[in-house]
Design a binder for this molecule. Sequence first.
Ligand code: KG4
Ligand code: ZN
Length: 355
Amino acid sequence: MTVLGIETSCDETAAAVVRRESDGSAAILSNVVRDQLDLHRRYGGVVPEIAARAHVELLDAAIAQALDDAGLTFEEIDAVAATAGPGLIGGLIVGVVTGKAIALARGLPFVAVNHLEAHALTARLTDGIGFPYLLLLVSGGHTQLLAVEGVGRYRRLGTTLDDALGEAFDKTAKLLGLPYPGGPEVEKLAKDGDASIPLPRPMLGRAEPHFSLAGLKTAVRQAAQQRAPLSDQVVADLCASFQEAVAEIMVDRTGRGMALYLDQFGEDAPRQLVVAGGVAANQRLREALDRLCHAQGFTLHAPPLALCSDNGAMIAWAGLEHFARGERDDMTAEARARWPLDPDAPPAIGAGVKA
Ligand code: KG4
Ligand code: ZN
């Protein structure tokens, strides 16, 4: 089964081809990502209208390249999958319309993919793990702990009451004068820094595995103001201190998530933690989670760096997982700016619009 995947939910224009053999083994045949960083950098963040226009310009060539790299033509593709949400609506529309147009023109089935589900299922492509597992999803727009019970079956255990983790990295970077996207910059500078600047650990020890990250960013701002003008060393120390606080918070909250997961699925449930989303690229976070997993008898599954940030392979794979179950969408499928994985999750107390 061979699926073409299209991703346009944010600022990466991506297309990929993924194949699953009848024995269950899977391979990424191509994975083309055209980032738009040069277009957005001077604004310090993604400008939705610029992103949508860039997707229009870049997507056809990305798809042609993905087929070419895979050595395939449309005739050899079994289904087309495109991210339909959540994300920036202009870009989503570009991807969905393109995916549906290919499906119509080529007589292929179409699958509308949830971007978060694609992050969630990537570990099944890379590591072949079975259900259930605990998922820590940390991206620019989301920070959630979810029990993944099966394809399309998610139970949200925790979410952020305010900023997402990637957003906290990006805002921290911005206030320190570092370029966008800030996550990788903070990580790079933190290597030369000393985590000696005291910062709070919001939500530590709370029973429910929710997150709150806006206060941490504010604390970095105050610490920076107190130390202005900032030397390179102090910037590095702030980055290191922020990253340490994040690692400690994530370990504490994920530990609570593990306990809830075992409560719900039983002590004999597979002890598997998947970390996914752009921030899963952070090595310090991976180390901290690795240690937690060792202590709790869990295995840690973190996708390779290229599959942490947004890409088409994860969309193709999520589409394939649905398609293999006989599921597909018709031409009425629409782009959706909001599309929660667990629509039945009660609102977290104190949560803002992002929960
Ligand atoms: O999943 P993703 O590529 O896009 C969304 O769906 O949001 O995540 C992007 C986020 C950005 O906030 C970026 O700063 C963050 O992931 N990020 C990192 C690192 N690499 C990317 N944050 C911390 N450390 C990194 N190495
Ligand atoms: Zn993402």
